[in-house]
Ligand binder design. Structure first.
Ligand code: URA
Length: 268
């Protein structure tokens, strides 16, 4: 029998993993509701407007004379629904990763949810199952989501690349350029209120910034594509696979996820 995930239990488990090893009070306190604690005012605080990031300002990873990228742009722009977008990707032959992958890894979770998370690329388990974030990093991501009261029924998850790079190597600029028009159209169709960019590849590709993830994470930035009326508030944070290798960074990721929850509360 599977039990329903408990957000408080997940938050506690995550904090233990992040290195919290001491109880600071003998009586449990409702930190999120208590007006004396820092988090309580956040949902009602006026949030600074998310800065606009022009799609035109993106670095030139998607060169206009690259035929694969031009085809990707045309196919993605023609898609008027998420099903059409997935079919367009299935028909797209401009990314050589398709030849070595077992499955297209498109998305998981609730299309149209207020929260959309975007990772880097499928790994072995994702390639096998055709779903993003189902391996060890995905389990950690699920725990982080549970700790902020979410799961795949109210969050939407995808990646910058839709096929696994062999041996989980870093995506090349050409592969990112070929997939990016589909990623941008995916966001336009899903219309999330908040975007979380998991790791440096997602952050750099969608924010048009060359800074590393350590600099980019933890701040409210914005994703804007050519087809969006308004920029979408976006926060970059460490990739769960990195957190598995560097558990000491879970503390920073936890802060990011608390800010993400506060923003989602404020945006609802
Ligand atoms: N890492 C990612 O970036 N995406 C996945 O889907 C799985 C692992």
């Amino acid at each position: 029998m599977t039990s329903t995930p408990n957000p408080m239990r997940a938050a506690l488990a995550f904090q233990l993993e992040a290195g919290a090893d001491e109880a600071v009070a003998g009586v449990a306190r409702r930190w999120y509701r208590d007006p004396a604690t820092a988090l309580a005012p956040q949902p009602t605080r006026a949030l600074p407007p998310a800065p606009a990031v022009s799609a035109r300002a993106l670095p030139p990873i998607a060169t206009s004379d690259d035929p694969a990228t031009a085809t990707a742009r045309a196919l993605a722009a023609a898609a008027t629904s998420v099903d059409e977008l997935k079919r367009a990707l299935q028909a797209f032959d401009g990314c050589a990763l398709k030849d070595t992958a077992t499955n297209l890894v498109f998305a998981d979770g609730a299309f149209g949810a207020p929260l959309m998370l975007i990772g880097e690329a499928p790994g072995r388990e994702e390639d096998r199952d055709g779903l993003p974030f189902v391996g060890a990093a995905g389990k950690l991501l699920d725990r982080l989501l549970t700790a902020i009261g979410r799961d795949r029924s109210n969050a939407y998850i995808s990646n910058i690349l839709f096929w696994r790079p062999p041996g989980n190597r870093q995506p090349t600029p050409g592969e990112i350029a070929a997939c990016l028009p589909f990623v941008e159209r995916h966001i336009e169709l899903a219309r999330p209120r908040v975007i979380v960019l998991l790791g440096g590849t997602a952050a750099k590709s969608l924010l048009g910034r060359s800074d590393g993830i350590t600099r980019l994470r933890g701040q409210w930035l914005a994703v804007q594509t050519a087809g969006m009326e308004h920029p979408v508030p976006a926060m970059a944070t460490f990739h769960p696979a990195f957190l598995l290798r560097q558990p000491a960074q879970k503390r920073a990721a936890w802060r990011d996820f608390l800010a993400i929850r506060a923003r989602l509360d404020a945006e609802s």
